[in-house]
Write a protein that binds this ligand. Structure first.
Ligand code: SF4
Ligand code: SF4
Length: 317
């Protein structure tokens, strides 16, 4: 990237470009070290909450500070894309909704490049690094800082309009913006529906004082215990068998139960059109052979698992 100082991005223009590309929301945060949120990453890893997902704390310098990832980073443009599907699977078998359509890595990445191309129409020397769950970036933190939602007790970004059915992406850039968004205030209030809905008791909260002695936060940090989470076990766990006390509730891939309970999802608009043909493919995962599985999983987030995991998950409670 150029070492020359840039003029400021017009924040309204950036958001208009993001909307033109098809993102449902866009905000901009000033790049900075993520502070106490980094301490939460470390706390979770030290206490085993990440199970064996050690990659969550790899490249921590980049994850904690966008200026390490992109030298001279000034802004994090955060975008949100709803994946709330137009059709739903029955209660069993089930697949997490984020995996109904095209792999979000491919879809969001393509749209981020389109956003960068659009910005170059207005700022020819604009450059930025697109990220969507493929680089060490604290995505939920940045979505929160950019005003796209708050981190709810389900540990996900909750957007007041689109709920929690949201893919996130970022463009980290050395360009400053004329105006930065503010972090959105947490609106969970006294609601604990997600925690109560989880059969596996995988959602917890940790006191700020446990995470960081210097923490100025007054409210608890929500944490997910991956060791108890059906989403972790159906996708990330490669063992031949699953813990007997983790309930899959009909899920072959992922789990949406805590999200289904969220009141902010009740009126969330549809963000992803799913064809009847695709629904048929997803339903068939309960019985299909490996060749059919490969066809269904291609260009889908389902590709994250192997056929042997699918067969194992079919036997879950
Ligand atoms: S994804 Fe499922 S198992 Fe994991 S926290 Fe949510 S409800 Fe619990
Ligand atoms: S279910 Fe309630 S507590 Fe959980 S994220 Fe949604 S609003 Fe927050």
């Amino acid at each position: 990237m150029s070492a020359q100082p840039h003029k400021s991005l017009d924040s309204h223009l950036v958001k208009a470009c993001a909307a033109e590309v098809g993102f449902h929301a866009c905000g901009i945060a000033a790049a900075h070290h993520i502070g106490d949120y980094a301490a939460l990453y470390e706390w979770k890893q030290a206490h085993g909450y990440n199970a064996d997902m050690d990659y969550l704390t790899r490249y921590s310098e980049q994850r904690y500070n966008p200026s390490v990832m992109v030298e001279g980073a000034q802004s994090v443009i955060s975008v949100l894309l709803s994946y709330n599907p137009s059709r739903l699977m029955s209660s069993s078998p089930r697949v997490a909704r984020y995996a109904y359509g095209e792999d979000y890595h491919e879809r969001v990445r393509r749209m981020l490049y389109q956003l960068i191309a659009k910005l170059r129409e207005h700022y020819p020397s604009f450059d930025g690094r697109p990220c969507t769950d493929t680089a060490p970036v604290a995505e939920k933190y940045w979505a929160w800082q950019a005003g796209l939602g708050w981190i709810g007790r389900n540990t996900l970004i909750v957007n007041p309009r689109y709920g929690t059915w949201c893919n996130l992406g970022e463009v980290i850039t050395t360009w400053p913006a004329d105006r930065y968004d503010q972090p959105m205030e947490n609106r969970c209030g006294t609601c604990r529906r997600c925690q109560q809905a989880c059969h596996n008791h995988a959602l917890a909260e940790v006191e700020p004082s446990s995470v960081s002695a210097t923490n100025g936060a007054e409210t608890s940090f929500p944490v997910l215990d991956a060791r108890r989470c059906a989403s972790y076990h159906t996708i990330e766990n490669r063992d031949a068998t699953l813990p007997a006390d983790v309930r899959l509730s009909g899920y072959l891939f992922g789990c949406d139960i805590c999200q289904q309970a969220c009141p902010y999802n009740e009126e969330a608009p549809v963000g992803l059109d799913v064809t009847p043909e695709r629904m048929g493919q997803l339903e068939e995962l309960a019985v299909c052979d490996e060749q059919t599985f490969r066809r269904t999983a291609k260009h889908s987030a389902i590709n994250r698992i192997k056929y042997t995991q699918l067969v194992r998950n079919r036997g879950g409670k």
